[in-house]
Design a protein around this ligand. Structure first.
Ligand code: FEO
Length: 400
């Protein structure tokens, strides 16, 4: 529960925004923090040749969607477009099909299998639309455009040609519960969009570039995502995306750390001071209190990533294992990576960290490893590590 009542709003004649804010949701996938909640946007198109529902909502808040359909006096739905099979958009499809049994589902080729296996949607209800295929609705035309890996393999966008409205589902979305219908009136839009990109889209930087080109060629006047406000200035969000996917990182060091008895924290203090005295910007996150989203946003820009942790039972502290796993999975654009590791009597943590961060191996630097409290030699190593990172940043083509 927690989906707030919100009335449908008209975007243009016969095209409605059915936004359902989830004000009190604080975690997505039981992993991603949602400090601003989230929203699920469905859209309704009433055309002379049929009524179309574009995407649905998280099943927990489906009663709000059904109320909106009643508000709009919808007594039949001809088509349900599923741009993306993940359950926060497709989960209410079985309920919608129950209420509107004559509706036909439209989706990409790869979505069909996902919808059938994940939701047990009857196979004969699903019609696969090819990449670029059009569907005439009388006075309106839909074009289906495949945009794979934003962020599942089946993802597509749907373009309403006459109004040049692009329904993009997760692509260009933001986890934001808000009364702002349009991005231009939402002050938190850029931060929320960057957080969303960092958490959901960043691992797919390579394909996003091609998908943006595809979307740009459609010349949309409006981009209507299924999370967060509608982009009434599509160029603004596309420009932000182009910046985030750019291969050039920023002159910034990300330090994530966990400490048990203070040894690692002492080392991190020294290392961050050394970077600062060399005028290398650094952002540090104590993993016991940090928000994964903040960390992910820093990872979008940072040129160097450092994981600092003590040894637990010969391996890395589990919080550092989890962080290293996520950092690696996000496939950051960082050009250097290393660790700061303490141990008591033996450790395999340095090798473990290197393996966990295999996607960063081209820029891997041997970690600074020390026994017990860092001593003078350890502090020198940390100072040298800071100098080395500064040199790497200076030699590479990076931004500020
Ligand atoms: Fe918003 Fe990938 O679902």
């Amino acid at each position: 529960m927690g989906g707030g009542r919100m009335k449908p709003r008209e975007i243009t004649s016969g095209v409605y925004f059915l936004g359902v804010p989830h004000w009190n949701r604080r975690l997505f996938d039981n992993l991603i923090p949602l400090p601003e909640g989230t929203s699920y946007n469905a859209y309704l198109i009433k055309a002379t040749g049929g009524t179309v529902l574009v995407d649905t909502v998280e099943p927990a808040v489906s009663q709000v969607l059904f109320q909106q359909l009643r508000d709009l006096k919808v007594d039949h739905i001809d088509y349900i477009v599923s741009n993306h099979a993940e359950q926060d958009h497709s989960g209410a499809i079985p309920q919608v099909l129950e209420r509107f049994p004559k509706a036909q589902m439209l989706c990409s080729d790869k979505a069909k299998d996902l919808l059938v296996t994940h939701l047990h949607v009857p196979e004969d209800k699903v019609r696969v639309m090819k990449d670029g295929e059009r569907l005439s609705l009388g006075d309106r035309t839909l074009r289906f455009v495949y945009t794979p890996w934003v962020h599942w393999p089946e993802t597509m966008v749907t373009f309403l040609e006459e109004e040049r409205i692009l329904f993009s589902c997760d692509f260009f979305g933001s986890h934001l519960a808000s009364y702002s219908m349009y991005a231009s009136s939402e002050p938190q839009l850029e931060v929320a969009s960057k957080r969303y990109y960092a958490e959901i889209m960043a691992p797919f930087r390579g394909v996003i570039k091609k998908n943006i080109e595809k979307v740009e060629s459609l010349k949309p006047q409006i981009i209507a995502p299924s999370h967060g406000p509608i982009h009434d200035d599509p160029q603004r969000i596309m420009t932000l995306y182009k910046k985030w996917i750019d291969d050039k990182p920023t002159n910034l060091v990300l330090v994530v750390y966990v400490t048990m008895h203070g040894s690692v924290e002492t080392a991190v203090d020294h290392f961050c001071d050394a970077l600062t005295s060399l005028s290398v910007p650094v952002k540090r996150f104590d993993l016991t209190v940090s928000d994964v989203g903040e960390l992910a946003m820093t990872l979008v820009d940072a040129a160097t990533v450092v994981v600092a942790a003590p040894t637990v039972l010969t391996g890395l502290h589990p919080l550092a294992v989890s962080a290293a796993y996520l950092i690696n999975a996000f496939r950051p654009k960082a050009i250097a990576a290393t660790g700061i590791i303490s141990y008591g009597w033996g450790t395999k943590a340095p090798q473990q960290l290197e393996q966990l961060m295999a996607n960063l191996k081209s820029g891997w630097i041997d970690p600074v490893v020390f026994k017990g409290l860092p001593d003078r030699e350890s502090f020198e190593s940390l100072t040298n590590l800071a100098r080395k990172i500064k040199q790497i940043h200076e030699r590479a083509e990076i931004g500020n």
